[in-house]
Structures are given as C-alpha cells and as structure tokens.
Design a protein around this ligand. Structure first.
Ligand SMILES: CCCCC/C=C/C(=O)SCCNC(=O)CCNC(=O)[C@H](O)C(C)(C)COP(=O)(O)OP(=O)(O)OC[C@H]1O[C@@H](n2cnc3c(N)ncnc32)[C@H](O)[C@@H]1OP(=O)(O)O
Ligand SMILES: NC(=O)C1=CN([C@@H]2O[C@H](COP(=O)(O)OP(=O)(O)OC[C@H]3O[C@@H](n4cnc5c(N)ncnc54)[C@H](OP(=O)(O)O)[C@@H]3O)[C@@H](O)[C@H]2O)C=CC1
Length: 267
C-alpha cells in the first residue's frame, strides 16, 4: 500500500520486536526502507528474530527490559553511536496474565503496571530526551489493547493501557512544540504468538469470542502493523493524541444479546 521508500533514511525502534505483532511491525518498517532496532528481554530469542529480520534490511538489536531505566539508557547509547538519531519509537513490548481482580496480589498488579505503563513511560521519556526533543521531530506509536469498556479478567492491564492512552493525550499536547506526534493503536484479539501463552480453558473460548466480533474474525498481525505504519508515516502528519482501534469493532460491543443475528436468520 505504501511506497517502498516511505521510511527511507528513518531510524525506527520497536520494543518487543522479536515476536508476534512487534516482529511484523519491524519487518514492515524494513520493507518500507527504515533502519530498525528491536529490543526485548530474552537475548537468545531476540538474536534469532534479528537474524531473520536482517533479510529485509538494516536491523540492529539489543536486549533491554523496558522496566529497567539503565537498560533503556544503554539502548540510547547504542542508537547514538550507531545512527546518531531516532525518528520513530513503537512501544509494543508488554503483556499480562489473566486473573480475576480479587486474586491479583500486589506483586502481580505491580508486575503488570510496571511492564505496560511504567516501562512504556520510561522508554518514551528517555528516547524523547535523547533524540526527539533535541531533533525537534519524532513519532511515537504505543500499542495498547482494546480496553474501551474495561477489561474483565485482566483489570491490571485495563488500568495500565488506559494509563498509556491518557499519557498519549497529554504528551500530544505538551510535546507539540517539539513537533513530536504520539498516538496509540488499540488491538482487539490478534492471532499472534501472544495468544499461545493463555491457558487452554481460555483458548477453548476463542471460537465463540470470534463470532461475537462484528467483523467475525480475530485480527492478524498485519492488521496492527498496517495501522502502526500509517500513524508513523507522513500520511498521518496531522494526527496526534488518538487511539486507533484495530479490533473489528469489538469495542462497540455490537449485538451483545445476539438479537440482530437472530433477526438476520429470518428477515
Ligand atoms: C483472553 C484474550 C486476551 C487478548 C488480549 C490480549 C492479548 C495479549 O496481550 S497477548 C500478549 C501476551 N503476552 C504476554 O502476556 C507476555 C507474557 N506475560 C508476562 O511476561 C508476565 O505475565 C508479566 C509481564 C505480566 C509478569 O512478568 P514478571 O515481571 O517477569 O513477573 P513474574 O513472572 O515474576 O510474576 C510476578 C507476579 O505476577 C503474578 N503472576 C505472574 N504470572 C501469573 C499468572 N500466570 N497467573 C497468576 N499470577 C501471575 C504473580 O503474583 C507473580 O509473583 P509470584 O507469585 O511471586 O510468582
Ligand atoms: N495478541 C493480542 O491479541 C493482543 C496483544 N496486545 C499487545 O500487543 C503487544 C504485542 O503482543 P503479541 O505480539 O501478541 O505478544 P508477544 O507475547 O509475542 O509479544 C510481547 C513482546 O514483548 C516483549 N516484552 C515483554 N515484556 C517486556 C519487557 N519488560 N521489556 C522488553 N520486552 C518485553 C517480549 O519479548 P521478551 O519475552 O524477550 O521480553 C515479546 O517480544 C503486547 O503489548 C500485547 O499485550 C494487545 C491486545 C491484543
């Protein structure tokens, strides 16, 4: 859809780029001409992904836990030394575990908030101070999750993702003077490596869950990546502070009682 030189000369950082959605985003940026850096915690898996991605363009990687500011600062040093600039930051790293709220311990709550909200903020602050603010130019895309009506079964991530969405609105205003655009992409349920980590009982409900989505399917990693590349591109140069749902209209809670589906069967 985009010209192959859309991101020529640009340097893009994708957190959690070793797997699933992040891998697809990294691949698409490479195919569209960007130089790409990926990071995640597990260095062995990161290296394997980096070797695969290198087939599509110039790719660098470094292990980094986004919850550790010192890891992020070391990433900044690497990017400074190698590229001396950063144009695009995609905060994709994250995750949680399913649990009813009454069973979430302090440690579990803090782990999820720390991974999805604090880690995202630290990454944004460090990259902005090192690159975007001095450059007076930068684009940030935060991958959150569709939490429009809350997230029963994952209260911690609902709170963390809502926090990122609100942070995005704030920074879109505070940093407009620096020509920094910042937006969120909010995926519904996406067929990716991430889903394999859920217990079998939850995977067993996926067939029914799919039927409840207005577009009648889960998303693909490409659906999310397409939204990210759009928001990062000059095509979106007047868009900042938004959350773009990539969810087949799941957030609208369409036809909860199945009424329209029943009507469709005889009208
Ligand atoms: C149902 C469809 C949903 C679709 C929408 C969303 C989809 C996705 O997001 S897919 C992406 C999925 N990927 C992941 O979720 C990544 C994997 N998850 C994690 O890495 C972890 O869950 C973590 C980041 C949230 C926590 O990692 P870490 O900081 O390394 O923490 P620990 O493993 O040491 O755990 C700390 C603490 O958290 C509680 N806890 C962790 N896992 C579970 C669990 N599976 N069940 C219950 N509680 C859990 C627990 O209290 C841990 O402390 P200890 O009890 O001392 O171990
Ligand atoms: N798949 C889905 O249905 C949905 C996914 N999302 C979100 O989209 C993002 C990508 O998910 P998906 O690709 O499906 O799942 P994955 O589990 O495949 O991807 C998560 C990635 O984040 C990295 N990561 C996790 N924690 C950290 C950390 N503290 N520091 C650095 N890297 C980290 C992981 O690598 P490593 O283990 O090496 O650190 C991994 O590469 C996640 O934020 C996820 O929650 C949102 C809604 C729906």
């Amino acid at each position: 859809m985009f010209k192959s030189d859309t991101f020529k000369g640009k340097v893009a950082m994708v957190t959690g780029g070793r797997s699933g959605i992040g891998f697809q985003i990294a691949k698409d940026f490479l195919l569209l001409g960007a130089k790409v850096i990926i990071c995640s915690r597990k260095e062995d898996k990161l290296k394997i992904a980096a070797e695969e991605l290198a087939a599509y363009g110039e790719l660098s990687y470094q292990a980094c836990d986004i919850r550790k500011t010192e890891d992020i600062q070391s990433l900044v040093s690497m990017i400074k030394e190698k590229y001396d600039r950063l144009d695009i930051l995609v905060n994709n790293a994250g995750g949680q575990f399913p649990a009813l709220a009454e069973y979430i311990s302090d440690k579990g709550w803090n782990a999820v908030i720390s991974n999805n909200l604090n880690g995202t903020f630290s990454m944004i602050r460090e990259m902005a101070n090192a690159f975007f603010i001095p450059q007076k130019q930068g684009v940030i895309v935060n991958i959150t999750a569709e939490v429009y009506r809350g997230f029963p079964g994952m209260a911690h991530t609902g709170a963390a993702r809502a926090g990122v969405e609100n942070l995005t609105k704030t920074l879109a205003q505070e940093w407009s003077d620096f020509n920094i655009r910042i937006n969120c992409v909010s995926p519904g349920i996406i067929e990716s490596s991430g889903l394999d980590q859920y217990p079998q009982q939850i995977q067993d409900m996926f067939e029914e869950a799919e039927k409840a989505i207005p577009l009648k399917r889960f998303g693909k990693v490409e659906d999310v990546s397409n939204a990210v590349t759009f928001l990062a591109s000059p095509m979106a140069e007047y868009i900042t502070g938004i959350s773009l749902f990539v969810d087949g209209a799941q957030h609208l809670g369409f036809d909860k009682m199945g009424l329209a589906n029943v009507l469709k069967s005889f009208m």
